[in-house]
Design a protein around this ligand. Structure first.
Ligand SMILES: [Zn+2]
Length: 235
């Protein structure tokens, strides 16, 4: 299998390549966690691509339910909306790094991947006062150079076990999908931005979260951050 990876210089849309860079075999490029401990009835909601103007509404919804989540922020969006980035951290949510400009890493050289992660780390630290310990690759795509860039900043790679597909489904459909797939230790991927779009419509995501928070609670789930849910001894 190794020849498949070493022989490829550019990104391919083929199913094989999708598996190679997004599937578990991508640990060749950089290790990642996909789920938390199954020992507790807990779920980690994660939101990528923010902050955006809609993030404040999401923070209000989470606050109304006393739920904590994890935000994988893009550095460029943090620089656009530093107060929103700060508000998420100040409210007690965990902040992770989602690169500077949301590129496909399989189109970048290792030095560019390193730059993307370092610049986002700096922007997040400046806006929020927090130095992220978590990293989620844009599009979930990991590539040559990512392992080193993660390691030198002590970043843990985080994927997901439940993908909400909230960029294309209705709020009700997103919620139904998540409730169908959720499990103990689930890491659920949703979005409070759309890559670098300055004013994305988060309507479907917000509606889904309004449904999901009480529905998951009713099923006995507690909400944890990613750092909490990957730790077997949090409780
Ligand atoms: Zn993303």
């Amino acid at each position: 299998m190794l020849g498949v990876f070493t022989g490829v210089a550019a990104c391919s849309a083929s199913a094989l390549m999708a598996y190679a860079v997004r599937g578990r075999s991508a640990a060749l490029f950089a290790p990642s966690v996909y789920r938390g401990t199954a020992a507790r009835r807990s779920v980690a909601l994660t939101f990528d691509d923010g902050p955006s103007p809609g993030t404040e509404q999401l923070l209000d919804i989470l606050d109304g339910h006393g739920a904590f989540a994890t935000f994988f922020q893009c550095g460029m969006n943090v620089e656009r909306f530093p107060q929103t980035a700060h508000a998420a951290a100040a409210a007690g949510h965990e902040i992770g790094n989602h690169a500077w400009s949301h590129p496909l890493f399989c189109r970048l050289r290792p030095a560019a991947i390193d730059f993307e992660i370092g610049r986002a780390q700096d922007a997040i630290r400046q806006a929020t006062g927090v130095t992220p310990r978590l990293f989620r690759a844009p599009f979930g795509v990991r590539w040559f150079g990512l392992r080193r860039a993660q390691n030198k900043r002590n970043l843990m790679g985080v994927m997901w076990s439940v993908l909400g597909r909230d960029w294309r489904l209705s709020g009700e459909a997103i919620a139904a999908r998540v409730l169908r797939k959720v499990h103990n230790g689930a890491i659920v991927c949703l979005h409070d931005g759309r890559q670098l779009h300055p004013r994305p419509d988060l309507g479907a995501t917000l509606e889904a979260v309004r449904i999901l928070l009480p529905a998951l609670r009713a099923r006995g789930f507690a909400f944890e951050t990613v750092s909490q849910i990957v730790c077997p001894t949090t409780h």
